[in-house]
Ligand binder design. Structure first.
Ligand SMILES: NC(=O)C1=CN([C@@H]2O[C@H](COP(=O)(O)OP(=O)(O)OC[C@H]3O[C@@H](n4cnc5c(N)ncnc54)[C@H](OP(=O)(O)O)[C@@H]3O)[C@@H](O)[C@H]2O)[C@@H](O)CC1
Ligand SMILES: Nc1ncnc2c1ncn2[C@@H]1O[C@H](COP(=O)(O)OP(=O)(O)O)[C@@H](O)[C@H]1O
Ligand SMILES: [K+]
Length: 511
């Protein structure tokens, strides 16, 4: 699903109004009707107090129109107009008049108003600011937002939590509504998925307000949300008359004394992702543990006992994953440098492989084109430098990708795979995966996919999705705390099966 910017959404609005020959007020009415239907189907007329806080723009207009529907259906509502500007939008005013015609008089809030009382059992509808927010809210509005946040009431935000800009981090995090639920119009907003801004909403859902599909299909976006519909077409089915050679020979290079487990996890994950053959290349000290823990893999060892000093692979691997647990000793840096000079096809680089590149940026020129780099935030910072906020981080990652022709998987709750000027935002995974070695598993999986013929970008996007899905299946039996990296590997097969299960209604809703 494409992620549109605020200006693209405004364009979609205009395009829709023109093409469908409707008024902007009719579009607002659609939005309000969808909001009402969502609430009504859940509340079923329950007499819970609903406080609607409405700004004076179109987000406020949505809120005021929703208030009318709720009133007409007998709900117990209180409407407040948060009067932060004289510049009221046309459609807000139309809807305000409609309320007044029904003898419903909102309370107007301004800088010297007292704050309405809200109990924890009430519902708040937050329609103060939408995607039009372009500067910090005034102090009194910020104070009102803090008041809403301290109420413990359920907060339903319209389109986006108020106070959260759609294209940058907030001016002050305390001045953003903490939404229990966001009903967002037509398309998800990028801020829902970034670590600094995703925290302002607990759950989100899209309401289809019928924006023109031609516009939505034709318009290119910088970011795409990756769910099952985007992943399924990438899947490469196994062929009846295939053999292990069909699915490639992967090599996993890494490990040092005390960190052989990283290679064990990556190699195991590589096999479970479907690589036909897997060879691990480790320092001598890793030989026995690998041979006994994973009988299916082959092991090559370095001459040195406790760290890698020369990488010598006596065959041409189909895919290579390198870096986990490898350390950054001088001899290893040298070995990694000469290895990069020899290798010709795209590889997957993780952990200390990335730390070495950060220490010795001159090695970047030898990294094969379209290699996949899988940094966690700290490794990313070492690689691309400090960033101002998440948006700046994405821009820096894009420039790095462009300059070095590489794919960067920015790992996190919603991992984002960046290639040149595009970002692919993952939707699977859970906090149970915040556990030692889960990144090693991902590296192994992406390598295993490349061995099977997935192009590097596809392998990264598909691998990140499948890894998260394996984690989701894993927590359903292990629970969040007890899920381990090996538990993610055990569920790679289940993740494939979950992915391939014929779509049914329940499945569709999950994506
Ligand atoms: N296609 C869709 O998705 C549809 C979207 N719809 C809805 O429209 C919403 C967007 O509405 P909107 O453009 O009127 O902007 P909104 O957020 O209400 O802000 C109002 C104005 O406030 C101003 N302003 C900004 N920051 C400020 C500040 N800190 N303090 C004070 N003032 C500030 C700024 O004006 P300025 O003063 O800069 O000229 C801004 O224009 C969208 O989120 C959705 O709910 C639906 O109705 C139908 C279809
Ligand atoms: N809260 C979370 N939600 C979803 N996925 C997560 C979360 N925390 C971590 N992960 C995933 O787990 C992996 C952690 O990688 P990394 O930090 O490199 O682990 P390690 O270095 O221990 O192998 C990443 O793929 C990341 O996306
Ligand atoms: K809002």
């Amino acid at each position: 699903m494409k992620i549109f910017t605020a200006s693209q959404i405004y364009e979609a609005d205009k395009f829709t109004i023109n093409k469908q020959q409707i008024t902007s007020d009719a579009l607002m009415e659609r939005a309000a009707t969808k909001l009402f239907d969502w609430m009504h189907s859940r509340l079923q007329g329950a007499q819970v107090k609903i406080h609607l806080f409405c700004g004076i723009g179109n987000n406020g207009g949505d809120g005021v129109a929703l208030a009318r529907h709720l009133h007409e259906h007998g709900y117990d509502i209180a409407v407040y107009v948060v009067n932060y500007s004289e510049k009221r939008s046309k459609d807000f005013l139309i809807n305000l008049d409609r309320l007044k015609e029904r003898k419903l008089w909102p309370e107007f809030l301004d800088s010297d108003c007292s704050l309405p009382e809200i109990t924890p059992n009430d519902i708040i509808v937050d329609a103060i600011f939408g995607i039009g927010l372009n500067r910090a809210p005034d102090a009194w509005v910020a104070n009102l937002i803090k008041h809403l946040n301290s109420s413990s009431a359920f907060v339903l935000s319209v389109d986006i939590p108020s106070g959260l800009p759609s294209n940058r981090s907030p001016w002050d995090g305390e001045h953003v509504v903490r939404a229990s639920y966001v009903l967002s119009f037509q398309v998800p907003k990028l801020v829902f998925f970034l670590p600094e801004t995703g925290v302002y909403q607990n759950q989100w859902e899209i309401l289809d307000i019928g924006l023109d599909s031609e516009f939505l299909v034709k318009t290119d976006t910088d970011y795409e949300l990756i769910g099952r519909p985007e992943i399924m077409p990438m899947y490469r089915p196994r062929l009846k008359f295939s053999h292990k050679g069909t699915y490639g020979h992967s090599v996993i290079i890494g490990g040092s004394y005390g960190k052989i487990g990283a290679v064990q996890l990556a190699s195991n994950a590589c096999l479970s992702a479907g690589s036909g053959l897997v060879t691990a290349f480790v320092p001598e000290c890793g030989y026995h543990s690998l041979q006994t823990s994973i009988p299916e893999i082959m092991v090559l060892t370095d001459d040195a006992d406790d760290s890698i000093s020369e990488i010598d692979i006596p065959f041409v691997p189909t895919a290579i994953g390198v870096g986990m647990g490898m350390g950054t000793k001088d001899e290893t840096i040298k070995a990694f440098g000469s290895f990069l000079k020899k290798v010709e096809t795209s590889i997957v680089i993780d952990a200390d492989g990335l730390n070495i590149l950060a220490k010795q940026p001159n090695l970047l020129k030898d990294v094969p084109k379209q290699s996949v780099l899988t940094p966690h935030p700290k490794e990313l910072e070492r690689l691309i430098g400090k960033w101002k906020d998440d948006f700046d981080k994405l821009e820096k990652a894009k420039s790095f990708s462009m300059k070095n022709d590489c794919i960067i998987v920015i790992k996190g709750a919603h991992s984002i795979t960046v290639y040149k000027d595009k970002g692919f935002v993952n939707t699977t995974g859970n906090p149970g995966m915040a556990t030692a070695g889960s990144g090693d598993v991902l590296t192994g999986m992406i390598t295993g996919l490349m061995a099977q013929g997935y192009a590097p970008l596809q392998a990264a996007i598909f691998g990140v999705y499948l890894h998260g899905l394996a984690g989701d299946v894993g927590v359903s039996t292990a629970g969040y705390e007890a899920l381990k990296a090996s538990g993610i590997i055990e569920n790679i097969g289940n993740a494939y099966m979950e992915l391939l299960r014929p779509p049914n209604k329940e499945n569709e809703e999950k994506v």
